[in-house]
Write a protein that binds this ligand. Structure first.
Ligand code: MG
Length: 351
């Protein structure tokens, strides 16, 4: 047998080719390999992991989580403008009140691990998208993990429970019957945008439904949409988390989130009328304006964007400038305290 005929025999050479291909793939996939492990790597911080819930009782969040709902109230939530919501809290559970609109967290989150427990209404009413529909949104109201009673309920696959709505069907249907508590554990990586608004990296999600992986690090095509797939539009990394009012009394409990990566300072999306109440001119200080969910001011010729760190304090991300507003007896902003770098506090009275 000459070498040419050997090469032509796929039975002999397919395993060799596969091995070679595997080796090449590993070369490309493997991270840079240090010559030895780093014995000086600091130990990871200790976290009490809490415990999972049962059908009868909600679980406990890990000790480093931001608890968004523990059954005691909706202090962390508002309607889409950050005002008190009409969603109902009773018996340690929050329930969507039909017609009251979406709810959102007051605090913003970027890359995160999000845990949500939910139950579809019982007895099951309606069919298709009309049965037990709600949604868990990341990135404000942009990226939806569908909540739906998908137990014996036909609908389009990329609109069923644990789908990335309109984009990815879940790998399996791990739905429990209506009335039973179900869990979503979501790993979310926020999209990143260049300064000129071009997409740098898309949003990604991994979703476990009742402990079963149903979305495996999928790359979102853009915001969730009913009919079409809209393109990405630039937005800050940190945005509220939102739940959908789709007209069905879906219930939620034990909601918590853990920020991942280097989340930086806390950020909030405040009600627009609160932001507007800070706008105006201040004696010896910059004029304050509102741009969407942020305040802006011109400092030393540069237009700075300020993010809320609390209902009264704001910071710029591009330079070391902070603002704090002090209210007078009438509840209106009377004074602005602002600091630039280490120059100390400056006080400016409202004009
Ligand atoms: Mg929905």
């Amino acid at each position: 047998m000459n070498p040419t005929s050997m090469n032509a025999d796929p039975k002999i050479h397919a395993p060799v080719a596969l091995l070679a291909l595997t080796y090449i793939c590993q070369l490309h996939a493997a991270p840079p390999s240090p010559t030895s492990h780093d014995r000086n790597t600091p130990p990871p911080p200790f976290v009490d992991p809490g415990y999972p819930g049962t059908q009868e009782k909600a679980g406990k969040a890990p000790s480093d989580a931001v608890v968004l709902f523990d059954g005691t109230g909706l202090a962390q939530w508002g309607d889409m403008d950050g005002k008190p919501t009409k969603w109902i809290v009773r018996d340690g559970v929050m329930e969507c009140a039909k017609g009251s609109g979406y709810i959102r967290t007051l605090q913003n989150f970027g890359d995160c691990q999000l845990h949500v427990e939910w139950a579809a209404p019982t007895p099951a009413e309606g069919k298709g998208q009309g049965r037990g529909n709600s949604g868990v949104f990341l990135g404000g109201t942009r990226y939806e993990v569908q909540v739906l009673d998908s137990y014996n309920n036909k609908t389009y696959a990329d609109g069923s429970a644990a789908s990335i709505y309109g984009q990815y069907a879940p790998l399996v249907n791990a739905t429990r019957p209506p009335g039973q508590w179900q869990t979503y554990d979501i790993l979310y990586t926020a999209p990143r945008f260049e300064l000129d608004g071009q997409l740098q990296s898309p949003a990604r999600m991994t979703v476990f439904h009742n402990g079963v992986v149903v979305q495996n690090n999928v790359e979102l095509t853009g915001p969730s949409g009913w009919i079409d797939r809209a393109p990405y539009l630039p937005h800050p990394v940190k945005q509220p988390i939102a739940f959908q009012d789709h007209g069905n009394p879906v219930r939620f409990r034990n909601v918590w989130v853990r920020e991942l990566g280097n989340p930086g300072r806390k950020e909030y999306t405040l009600a627009k009328d609160l932001l507007d109440s800070y706008c105006g001119k201040y004696e010896g200080g910059p004029e304050i304006r509102r741009d969407g969910n942020n305040l802006t001011a011109e400092v030393a010729g540069a237009k700075l964007t300020f993010f809320a760190e609390s209902p009264t304090t704001f910071f710029a991300k591009t330079t070391d400038v902070q603002l704090e507003f002090k209210t007078g007896a009438d509840g209106q902003a009377a004074e602005m305290v602002w600091t630039v770098g280490n120059e100390g506090e400056k006080r400016a009275r409202r004009k």
